[in-house]
Design a protein around this ligand. Structure first.
Ligand code: SF4
Length: 416
């Protein structure tokens, strides 16, 4: 989402004369767009600012804006701690950035903009064309969260759930397609919480998908929409229902596996990726073993796993934590399990033909990078420019990051 936001910030400041610089030392204005989901994010920001100060020691100081969730969480405190900062902007106030820059240019005081003005933000963004021209583009459909999982800071930094208007999303998707996007990833803190009501209808995520597929129930969408890829990222966090309850998650393991079974019935080749928090307060060895069991059962691919880290202000931050060495040992074991399954899943592709959407040429090599339907990265050698096109590729090798193959034929994309 920060990648999407950064591009939109750029779209917002273009009309006031700012463009991207290739060389950071040439910058007149620095925007540090931050994420607060992990511990030490704040330290990282001050560290980056330290580096920035050093490189601009003999030059005119650039304007410095700190945006994103660290800005939201730290607020005014940032000005006290670091005088180099000119503006602090929360994720729901990006639309204020052009006017803030103008004020800072005119030497009006330091500016803090951290209100939750999400409606205003998207109203302003909707007026500015999305100029992103990546083959694979992001599109935010929803922001914020009302779920308040006990470990998570998102409800405090991104604010309450807000869904963008159905028409605006479709319009922006059309802009991205016109700019050359061949793949769109719909973003949200909680995409399945998407709910937009107008006078005539309540729109859900499945309505968006059906409309985007060319225009019902999300599981049905996976049955009927050929453009919906057979991969679903469904963060479970733990395989222990006891821990899920302690986390204030709204699902238990039984419900979770039921959902997976229903998806598989509809789309037998579907694969799942997930997020795991290891060492959540109260996690015993038995709870951890249940997580491993779930991983073996679902056979997740391309997942993310971290040791629990307390986020200030969340209910879980008051609980006593699992010993670090225990949590570390569990994480290593869990990642080994995920890795083994990942490698087995990659091995299944050997000698198989798979469709790949190529995104870009790799630096200094005649190699192209793309992704298959399961978001696996695929690399082939080619003299011809493959970017932005879909090819059938036969896979002849793999490692833990990527599949390697050669082009068999080009897939002709049907015009809508
Ligand atoms: S669902 Fe839970 S983990 Fe996800 S953003 Fe909301 S509070 Fe955070």
């Amino acid at each position: 989402m920060n990648e999407y936001d950064s591009n939109r910030i750029l779209d917002l400041v273009k009309p006031i004369g700012y463009v991207v610089t290739k060389d950071p030392i040439e910058a007149d204005c620095y925007v540090l767009n931050t994420c607060h989901i992990r511990e030490k994010a704040t330290d990282k920001v001050y560290h980056d600012i330290g580096r920035l100060k050093k490189s601009f020691r003999n030059k005119k100081k650039p304007m410095l804006l700190v945006t994103g969730c660290v800005a939201q969480a730290e607020n005014e405190e940032m000005f006290n701690r670091e005088k180099y900062i000119d503006g602090v902007v929360g994720p729901q106030s990006y639309h204020q950035i052009p006017s803030m820059i103008k004020k800072i240019e005119n030497k009006i005081n330091k500016i803090n903009s951290t209100e939750f003005e999400v409606i205003e933000k998207f109203d302003s963004l909707n007026l500015v064309k999305n100029s992103n021209s990546k083959v694979s583009s992001f599109l935010t459909i929803q922001e914020g969260c009302d779920k308040f999982c006990h470990f998570c800071v998102v409800p405090y930094t991104r604010g309450p759930e807000y869904s963008r208007s159905f028409d605006e999303i479709i319009r922006e998707a059309c802009q991205l397609v016109a700019n050359g996007a061949k793949e769109i990833t719909l973003l949200g803190q909680n995409v399945n919480a998407y709910k937009y009501e107008n006078q005539t209808k309540t729109y859900r995520l499945s309505d968006l998908i059906f409309e985007l597929n060319d225009l019902k129930d999300l599981i049905e969408a996976h049955r009927e929409c050929e453009k919906l890829m057979p991969i679903l990222h469904l963060p479970v966090q733990s395989g222990s229902s006891k821990i899920l309850k302690a986390m204030n998650r709204k699902h238990d393991v039984e419900e979770y596996t039921k959902i997976i079974t229903n998806f598989k019935k509809i789309k037998p080749n579907i694969k799942f990726s997930s997020d795991f928090i290891i060492g959540y307060p109260g996690e015993t060895e038995i709870d951890f073993q249940e997580t491993l069991k779930l991983i073996e059962k679902i056979r997740f691919i391309n997942s993310y796993s971290f040791i629990y880290s307390a986020r200030p202000g969340t209910p879980a931050s008051k609980l006593s934590i699992v010993k670090n060495e225990v949590a570390k040992k569990r994480l290593v074991e869990l990642q080994k399990t995920l890795e083994r399954i990942n490698m087995q899943s990659k091995k299944e592709f050997l000698s198989q033909t798979t469709e790949v959407l190529f995104e870009n040429k790799m630096k200094d090599q005649n190699k192209y990078f793309g992704r298959d339907k399961f978001l696996n990265s695929v690399i082939v050698e080619s003299e011809e420019n493959l970017s932005g096109q879909i090819f059938n590729v036969i896979i002849n090798n793999f490692n833990h990051n990527s599949l390697f193959g050669s082009i068999v034929s080009k897939k002709i994309m049907q015009p809508n």
